[in-house]
Design a protein around this ligand. Structure first.
Ligand SMILES: *[C@@H]1O[C@H](CO)[C@@H](O)[C@H](O)[C@H]1NC(C)=O
Ligand SMILES: *[C@@H]1O[C@H](CO)[C@@H](O)[C@H](O)[C@H]1NC(C)=O
Length: 546
């Protein structure tokens, strides 16, 4: 396997100290522009005709050749193009996650360590031991959301003693969902118990759901520096690249209150993007971020939505980082009502996208009814309004939303802790309906970012305990991949829909090579898929092939 000296970004240089607070000194051109020749692959292009080819060439960040002739490909690129022989491995377009919270992941306190692929306490211990090799001694190693004890064969959190055994030199905080429960080890217990307002911790290290979890989380957040957040951003990007998710549509956070009431999804809505922007400014961005703005207005003048519409541009930025629109909340009462409708009307008048989330058996109905009333006065057909998650949506309402030019984002968040028999979303019904649909993880609190775990759930209907909870609503692997690539273009809008989601001449060179064959690996093996080579605009940003 010949692997040339193509540009591999070095994450290590992110740690150089710089002044706190983002003063934008650099011009914001973090665009990656690489040249690369990939040969001998099984490359699923997700083109209209879904061609499978063996050769792809990328020049200055754009795809310039897709086919089966290395000779023809070489005519399109510089003579010095780095070349990777894929050895027959399966490759797909860089995945798009149309709904997650990666900005929160980048702002996590401590050395956040994803446990999305841990299946036992021993796996948790192993992940923490690896992390301890690089996290400075005495620093907190944490996992905040994205997993559930249902994943572990023991179906419980580890104990204080088990985490002492794993990492005696580092304090630990492991918390799941929005607000725990959590567990700590001896060093962590000592730290938390010295606080002015300490959380209650039992002898096994358990910290209860809610306020006790919030007290611990608040103390960790109060220690966070801007440099820590930048390091967290780099870690989140590297994790995403290791899974092959090269584009993320972030759906915001809940406004932090600075009290123990804050959970894993709480952040400062006006500063949480700054460490991300600084990483892009520094030319160290390796995955694409699209930023939706979450609003929680609860008065009829919708003051923050109105200011956002007046003072921000939709789809402004470059092809690495760009603003999105309003989502996944516009108002505190997300299910409908006069405040919701007023916000939706102003968003329609501004010509903006709107995305709201649905979780219950009735909220999507009141939302779509509100959309219809807005549409009667202000045509929203071309705005691509979206209802997200939709675990319980019906065919009638799919049709009504389709008529409004809307779409649905599917996320398999029920995988971790959902129960059957119809946990949803109704993947089969939605795909067969033909409404614009795409898949997202809804990570990082109640669900994993990992798209391969999401694909497992969408194609098998089985939750983390292995129980069938979504009977009759399975889709094929081909369909799930489509929903995570080309179909998600629609959710990004212009110009992304012409640049991402497929391997075609003229598009940006985002390609992911998988460790195993997605189409033939056994069902359980789907969860363990990962990228061995992630390419963003022709630049290798994750590499396990060498
Ligand atoms: C709304 O806009 C769409 C797309 O531009 C158009 O096809 C439709 O006729 C419009 N509806 C009304 C009622 O004007
Ligand atoms: C669905 O896609 C829209 C399109 O932009 C996006 O704004 C929204 O965040 C997504 N929502 C979900 C739940 O996936």
């Amino acid at each position: 396997m010949k692997l040339g000296s193509w540009p591999v970004l070095c994450l290590g240089i992110l740690f150089a100290p710089i002044a706190p607070v983002a003063a934008y000194t650099a011009s914001r051109d973090g665009n990656l522009r690489g040249n690369l020749l990939l040969t001998n692959g099984k490359i699923h292009t997700q083109s209209d005709s879904n061609d499978i080819v063996s050769v792809v060439a990328i020049q200055d960040g754009r795809i310039v050749y897709v086919g089966d002739s290395e000779e023809d490909a070489r005519k399109e690129v510089d003579d010095s193009v780095p070349h990777v022989d894929l050895g027959g491995k399966l490759a797909v377009p860089g995945l798009i996650d149309c709904h997650n919270h990666i900005v929160l992941m980048g702002n996590r306190p401590g050395y956040h360590t994803p446990l999305e692929n841990a299946y036992s306490i021993a796996d948790v211990q192993g992940a923490y031991q690896s992390r301890a090799e690089t996290a400075p001694g005495g620093s907190f190693i944490t996992t905040i959301g994205g997993f559930h004890p249902n994943q572990f064969q023991e179906t419980r959190l580890p104990t204080l003693k088990e985490m002492d055994d794993a990492v005696p030199s580092h304090p630990v905080f492991i918390s799941y969902g929005f607000a725990g429960p959590a567990v700590t080890n001896s060093l962590g217990k000592t730290f938390f118990e010295a606080l002015e307002d300490p959380p209650t911790i039992d002898t096994d290290g358990n910290i209860a759901f809610g306020t006790e979890n919030g007290k611990a989380l608040l103390a960790l957040r109060q220690q966070l520096t801007f440099e820590d957040r930048k390091r967290g951003v780099a870690d989140a990007m590297a994790y995403a690249a290791s899974l092959g998710v090269t584009t993320h549509l972030d759906q915001g956070a809940f406004a932090a209150t600075g009290t123990p009431q804050d959970g894993a999804a709480s952040e400062d809505l006006y500063s949480m993007h700054l460490p991300w922007l600084r990483v892009y400014d520094d030319g160290e961005g390796i995955i694409r971020l699209r930023i939706n703005f979450l609003h929680m207005d609860d008065t009829a003048d919708v003051p923050t939505v109105q200011q956002r519409l007046l003072n921000t541009y939709q789809f402004f930025g470059n092809d690495m980082v760009r603003t999105g629109s309003i989502g996944e909340f516009a108002t505190a009462d997300y299910a409908g009502g006069p405040v919701f409708e007023e916000a939706a009307l102003r968003i329609a008048r501004a010509g903006w996208r709107l995305e709201v989330h649905s979780l219950t058996g009735t909220d999507y109905q009141t939302q779509i009814q509100a959309f219809e009333r807005v549409d009667a006065g202000q045509n929203v057909t071309d705005l691509r309004w979206v209802i997200a998650h939709v675990p319980l949506i019906t065919e009638e309402y799919l049709d009504r939303l389709k008529k409004l030019g809307g779409g649905v984002n599917l996320s398999g968040w029920m995988y971790l802790a959902g129960t059957g028999p119809n946990a949803g979303p109704p993947y089969r019904t939605i795909v067969d309906n033909g409404i614009p649909a795409g898949m997202g993880g809804d990570g990082m609190q109640i669900a994993p970012m990992n798209p391969w775990v999401q694909a497992y759930y969408a194609t098998t209907g089985k939750n983390a305990l292995g129980e069938q909870i979504n009977e009759g609503q399975q889709i094929s692997r081909e369909e799930a991949l489509r929903l995570y690539t080309r179909a998600n273009q629609w959710f990004l809008g212009k110009p992304d829909e012409e640049l991402l989601g497929a391997i075609e001449v003229g598009r940006l060179g985002d390609v992911v090579v998988l460790n195993e064959d997605y189409f033939t690996v056994p069902d359980d093996g789907l969860k363990d898929l990962r990228s061995v080579l992630t390419v963003v605009s022709g630049v290798v940003v994750h590499d396990e092939l060498r």
